[in-house]
Design a protein around this ligand. Structure first.
Ligand code: GAP
Length: 447
């Protein structure tokens, strides 16, 4: 973290505790002691992640006419990973300590002299390659013919299907193919909650363009589209940066590349990579499979390999970003008593908030209020993500603030007389009285 970077919103410990307490993220198989690099999304986390994916899908596919949907299998023919370069190159260099048996990534070691864990000198082994792909066997035989991998990225499923896709969808470059799905990498040092996992979800757009000199303009357009997306969903601009890779930092075939980075509690970390990949991927699959993956343009009779622009975003990292970026703590002063209290609030964008409106009766022991509040919540449910709750009013608001609910509705005695309710805004904490009839349009404008 550089000295002029804004201070982190929250510590990793605080966000991990909140994520568990409120049902966003749990460690996988905790009752057996957990398993490093795997996580489960709780009742609210599952909705938050779905909303993040839906927001990506909406912008990248649904509102455009030039991107088609795809959903490929996780296990693919092993040759896929030879052609893609993953078998030979998707490796980290590892070093073991022969004394304490700890294992390190070479690029994380300050020197090869002394083990950073046990402090012994001369106990570190020479570096060796460790492939990050997870192996699996297919069918009842466990010989090498049946061995393959869980995909380390979703993109290859699109490349090997390029011809199937453009022919069946009747698409002509420039057009894109989008997919969201699980990927697996046997990371040596998983950590920072869901930031570095061994099983995670990617949202990838592979955009194929003709070789007509407009490829870099398309790349720029996609960088702009992705900048807009983060801004539309409220990710703070001062904690987001688009780091342009220098020529020596990108693969030789790539004309340009950008890492989208967020300022996490532990420093800047990559959320997404946007890359101009040339014709590398389709060429590699054509060379190994012997199959033609060029595009034949019926109109011009030209046959060519399209150039690829890729945007590859981690959905778990984006979800974690939304959680961290939404986090806020503030001191509030009660208007009548002057008493000061602290509140924790998640300022989620209303489109991604797991609960958009909480509905409560003023008193849980008044059956007429409870019945009216339950009925209202049931009516709102088909338009909004709503939640009924009851109890101490202060605690109800505190809980909804902490899970990031943008609006809360209170059903009180006046509701029974004139069918009005109070609506409280999470961020300003201001309350206004509205007629139940007006709620639908009120929320339609704000969510
Ligand atoms: N097809 C290109 C590709 O896979 P990448 O930069 O290796 O590019 C894209 O991965 C994104 O996937 C990353 O920016 C990150 O958000 C996510 N990602 C990669 N490894 C991850 C891991 N171990 N845990 C969580 N997310 C990961």
């Amino acid at each position: 973290m550089a000295t002029n970077d804004p201070t982190p919103r929250v510590t990793l410990e605080a966000i991990t505790a909140l994520a568990k307490r409120r049902g966003f993220i749990f460690g996988s198989s905790e009752i057996y002691g957990g398993i490093g690099g795997f996580f489960d999304y709780g009742p609210l986390g599952a909705i938050l992640k779905r909303n993040v994916k839906a927001a990506w899908w909406r912008e990248m596919v649904e509102v455009r006419g030039d991107v088609v949907a795809f959903d490929s299998s996780i296990v693919m023919h092993p040759s896929t990973w030879i052609a893609s370069g993953h078998v030979a190159q998707f490796v980290d260099k590892l070093v073991d300590c022969t004394n304490c048996k700890h294992r390190f990534r070479l690029d994380h070691l300050p020197s090869l002299e002394t083990c950073p864990d046990c402090g012994m000198r001369g106990t570190l082994t020479a570096p060796r390659n460790f492939n990050l792909m997870m192996q699996t066997s297919v069918g009842p035989l466990e010989d090498s013919a049946a061995m393959t991998y869980l995909r380390p990225e979703t993109a290859q499923g699109i490349f090997v299907n390029f011809k199937n896709i453009y022919q069946s969808a009747r698409k002509r470059p420039p057009f894109g193919v989008a997919q969201i799905g699980k990927s697996f990498r046997n990371e040596i040092t998983p950590g920072n909650l869901t930031f570095r996992q061994r099983e995670f979800e990617q949202a990838e757009l592979e955009f194929f363009v003709p070789d007509d000199g407009n490829d870099l303009a398309w790349y720029e357009r996609w960088v702009d589209a992705r900048k807009r997306w983060y801004s539309d969903y409220g990710v703070s601009a001062e904690r987001l940066r688009f780091y342009e890779l220098k020529p020596e930092e990108r693969p030789h075939y790539a004309k340009a590349g950008i890492d989208v980075e967020y300022l996490f509690p532990w420093g800047w970390g990559e959320l997404e990579s946007i890359a101009h990949r040339g014709t590398y991927d389709l060429d590699a699959h054509m060379a190994l499979s012997g199959k033609d993956l060029t595009y034949f343009d019926e109109a011009t009779k030209a046959k060519y390999t399209p150039i690829l622009i890729e945007s590859s975003a981690g959905m778990d990292r984006t979800t974690l970003t939304m959680l961290i970026d939404a986090y806020d703590e503030e001191t509030i002063t009660d208007a009548s008593s002057g008493k000061e209290t602290r509140r924790t609030v998640l300022r989620f964008h209303p489109k991604i908030a797991p609960v958009q409106v909480g509905v409560f009766p003023l008193a849980r022991n008044k059956p007429e209020l409870v019945a009216r509040a339950r009925r209202l919540e049931g009516e709102l449910r088909s338009h909004l993500r709503s939640q009924y709750d009851e109890g101490n009013v202060g605690q109800l608001y505190r809980r909804q603030d902490e899970i990031g609910t943008p609006f809360c509705i209170m059903v009180d005695y006046q509701t029974l007389d004139d069918d009005t309710v109070t609506v409280r805004d999470r961020d300003t904490m201001r309350q206004e009285r509205l007629s139940v009839d007006a709620l639908r349009s009120y929320f339609a404008e704000r969510t």
